[in-house]
Ligand binder design. Structure first.
Ligand code: AVJ
Length: 319
């Protein structure tokens, strides 16, 4: 069998239909919202990669530090022969894991971006020609059907992306991850941690304005994909810490009263001066909360590792 297979579980135009639906729903709600997954067109993915190198944006470096330090422990605890990675993107951090798992036979990256999947798989197979790579074009928040590969299975969801889901969505997501696990399998989950407000806000409002550009890029996506008549320069970037809910919110604030027209959706959206559109929630966690959410989904927190400075955590959950 060829070492690379690609399976599409999303219909070709699933993306277009879902974007229209989210925009119609989100821009007609009060307050206005858009789901963060629409940041990631080619430009948005590039800007996110740039964010991960900013001095203010610590999560990527903190998680990499933990992965490097704990990869041998993860390998010993799981003995994984199949690694499933949800939202794999460029699979960059995964290398540390792949290199540390001696018994690994199959790697199943799951992502909505076909270009990210094929690019990552090509690079990986050049280094590890014996690895079976079965990439899945799929939305990890939807139900997944995985190919039959050797166990034990390790499902990894890194980067703190679980924080983009609201609490009820997280509960659904963790339950669906639970259905992928059989006895002896495990989940490796990356979560950013609650910390000093100033450090958190600066990570989402950097001095060079890269995050502001990333945030406004979602409006370029609407302009291109839906032919929306909207100018990113009419909005300001806002990042704030919600201390009750312990999450960062990113918003776009209208600099003046304006309208956004999207004829394809039969939609004219009015913004008042100063009105805000929520574009992202990025929840921050504590150990007890992670343990409780895992337990609620039928899993048990069995290992908890943080970076030296306690900024980010990797959890190993078992069933
Ligand atoms: C990719 C979802 C983990 O929430 O920190 C970075 C995205 N948003 N800067 C995060 C993001 C603004 C990032 N995740």
């Amino acid at each position: 069998m060829s070492p690379f297979q690609l399976t599409r579980t999303l219909p070709e135009d699933a993306t277009g239909a879902a974007l229209s639906e989210d925009v119609l729903q989100g821009l007609t709600s009060t307050p206005k919202v858009l789901p963060p997954k629409w940041f990631y067109d080619a430009r948005g993915s590039e800007l996110f990669e740039e964010i991960t190198r900013l001095p203010e944006y610590y999560p990527t470096r903190a998680e990499r530090e933990i992965l490097i330090a704990r990869a041998p422990a993860i390998a010993a605890a799981t003995g994984a022969r199949t690694l499933v990675e949800l939202g794999s993107g460029s699979s960059e951090k995964t290398r540390h894991l792949l290199d540390a798992l001696p018994g690994l036979r199959s790697y199943l990256p799951v992502d909505v971006s076909e270009s990210a999947l094929t690019g990552a798989a090509e690079a990986l197979l050049r280094e590890r020609p014996a690895l079976q790579v079965h990439a899945l074009i799929a939305d990890f928040t939807q139900e997944l059907i995985l190919p039959d590969t050797p166990g034990p299975r390790l499902v990894a969801f890194l980067g703190g992306t679980i924080g983009n889901l609201l609490p009820p969505e997280r509960a659904l997501f963790l339950r669906s991850v639970r259905t992928l696990l059989r006895p002896g399998d495990a989940l490796l989950l990356g979560t950013d941690l609650v910390k000093d407000e100033e450090v958190l806000v600066r990570a989402y409002d950097d001095a060079r304005g890269v995050t502001a550009e990333f945030n406004k890029n979602v409006l370029n996506v609407l302009a291109r994909e839906l032919d929306a008549d909207v100018d990113p320069a009419d909005f300001d970037h806002v990042a704030l810490w919600d201390r009750e809910r312990e999450w960062i919110e990113m918003r776009l604030r209208a600099r003046s009263a304006l309208t956004v027209k999207i004829p394809a959706l039969n939609l004219v959206v009015a913004f008042e001066e100063g009105e805000e559109l929520r574009t992202e929630v990025s929840a921050k966690f504590r150990r007890e909360g992670v343990a409780a959410e895992l337990a609620g989904a039928g899993m048990e927190l069995s290992r908890w590792w943080t970076d030296e400075r306690g900024r980010f955590a990797l959890s190993l959950a078992t069933v």
